[in-house]
Write a protein that binds this ligand. Structure first.
Ligand code: SAH
Length: 484
């Protein structure tokens, strides 16, 4: 009879594979065990926590024989914190894991053959340290030492609260709970964060300013958000509070700026709702400017406390250059940039295109996009607010029904040379894909943060009219399971 496994059983397994969300997968007589913190190649002793018919989630009790890919996590909080899933894996192995994840989805969901997918692959771009501001060398196959998969985040949001002994702390939520793991020096964030957080915590203690308590809804400070423009060095601190104002706001700002002169903006975001959403609707400048500036490949961006802005600027610049390269622009093309956010890709494209049309669902982001175009002197980018799956089809239906139209611009919009899409994880809506197929652009560039939905959409696009020409992974979120 087949062995039945149950909760609390202890067994020894070899980790043969990794799940998409970074759990090690071991097998006992064909029964799959998903083990957090285990690395492919580990021989380990695990304890079953939750047993299902064909698989179980198990706790890593002991690594009996470590994998050659196993390293000591740099961060002492790596196991408790829910943030990095791959810290115990060498960075080389992480890059391989990510590329394989995308490849497997293209094969399994996209329906492409392995040989074909391998033949058009361009090697994954890992988090290589930029050599200098301009001269970036993208050497093929760098040594592990050239990689720097830490300190890349330009934005961090730290919850503030109390630990079990009642000490005021800032840090990160432990996986799946709202217990705060105290950590003012997350290795994915900038080292300046530590100085700012410790300065704020000690100010709160001294001035008896309380932290918010989710359970009672009482207390003041909920989160501290820090953003840094990598190119400009400008720093923004935004304090999210359960109140319209704080006592001694002026003293607080003075203390912070004295400690960290790079701070150019201090804001208070008001969030008095009983909610998991971090930011409230109202933001007030306490000191300095309303926005900070950053630059990607010479294009300037104004960033406010609530703007969406890619969190890894070093890799983003590389990714967008590649998107531009794939778009194959010569200077006269008409291009749609769907899911354009604050116009980051649109403005990159506009410098090399005839005309760019951006579409984005969030009105404030479109306001930012227009402002960003203006400060860069870019006049050939136009932006529309709305859902890509509504704006594009509505435009297409309206224009394609015109019997004869002489408007060259509308004709260009109807039959663009290139369509770029950069949707959220759920991918493109079918209606959007259908319209793209009808518009028949010469080329489509698909930037994706979820390879499963990418593969699903590529299957639709490549069924009749299009051919997949190339694909490449960019590691924007090192040490986590996410990949662009
Ligand atoms: N290209 C931008 C943003 C990418 S993130 C950048 O790189 O900065 C995806 C964007 O799609 C977000 O800004 C989100 O607000 C937007 N979005 C989500 N659903 C959408 C939809 N149905 N139509 C248009 N935009 C959408």
């Amino acid at each position: 009879m087949e062995k039945v496994y149950k909760k609390d059983d202890i067994l020894e397994v070899t980790i043969e594979d990794m799940s998409d969300d970074g759990l090690g997968i071991g097998k006992a007589d064909g029964y799959a065990l998903f083990v957090k913190d285990a690395v492919v190649g580990d021989r380990c002793r695990v304890k079953i926590m939750k047993a299902k018919k064909n698989y179980a989630f198990a706790h890593l009790e002991e690594v009996v024989d470590p994998s050659s890919f196993r390293i000591n996590p740099l961060c002492s909080k790596a196991k408790a914190c829910g943030g990095c899933q791959l810290q115990a894996m060498s960075y080389e192995a992480e890059l391989k894991f990510k590329e394989n994840k995308v490849k497997n989805n293209l094969i399994r969901i996209g329906g492409f053959s392995e040989d074909f997918i391998e033949s058009i692959k361009e090697p994954i771009v890992g988090m290589i340290k930029p050599q200098s501001d301009n001269a970036e060398s993208e050497k093929q196959g760098p040594d592990e030492s050239e990689y720097c998969p830490y300190r890349y985040r330009n934005k961090a949001q730290y919850p503030v609260g109390y630990d079990r002994s009642g000490n005021l702390v800032a840090g990160f939520y432990a996986g799946r709970t709202h217990d705060i793991i105290p950590n003012t020096d997350c290795l994915l964030g900038r080292d300046i964060n530590k100085t700012i957080l410790e300065c704020l915590l000690s100010f709160m203690k001294k001035e008896k300013i309380s932290a918010y308590d989710e359970k009672t809804g009482k207390g003041l400070i909920r989160h501290i958000l820090i953003r840094e423009g990598f190119k400009t060095g400008e720093v923004m601190v935004c304090i999210v509070a359960n109140s319209e104002s704080l006592s001694k706001e002026d003293l607080l700002c003075e203390t912070l700026v004295k400690e960290v002169p790079a701070i150019k903006s201090i804001c208070l975001n008001v969030n008095i709702k009983d909610t998991n959403v971090i930011m409230g609707d109202e933001t007030r400048v306490l000191w300095g400017k309303e926005t900070i500036e950053d630059e990607l490949d010479g294009v300037k961006f104004k960033i406010s406390a609530r703007s969406f802005y890619q969190i890894n600027p070093v890799q983003t610049e590389r990714l967008y250059k590649k998107a531009l390269d794939f778009a194959g622009l010569t200077g006269k093309e008409s291009v749609w940039d769907l899911y354009c956010g604050i116009g980051t890709i649109s403005l990159f494209l506009a410098r090399k295109a005839g005309k760019v049309y951006g579409v984005e669902i969030i009105p404030e982001a479109i306001e930012d996009a227009k402002e960003n175009a203006k400060i860069n002197g870019i006049t050939n980018a136009e932006f529309f607010v709305g859902k890509a799956e509504e704006v594009l089809p509505e435009f297409y239906e309206k224009q394609s029904n015109k019997i004869n139209f002489d408007d060259v611009k509308e004709k260009d919009m109807l039959h663009p040379d290139v369509i770029v899409v950069d949707p959220p994880r759920k991918g493109c809506d079918e209606k959007c894909l259908e319209t793209m197929l009808n518009m028949e652009p010469e080329r489509i560039v698909y930037v994706s943060c979820d390879s499963a939905t990418l593969a699903r959409d590529l299957k639709i696009l490549c069924e009749e009219k299009y051919e997949l020409k190339a694909w490449q992974c960019y590691d924007q979120f090192s040490r986590t399971v996410h990949v662009e």
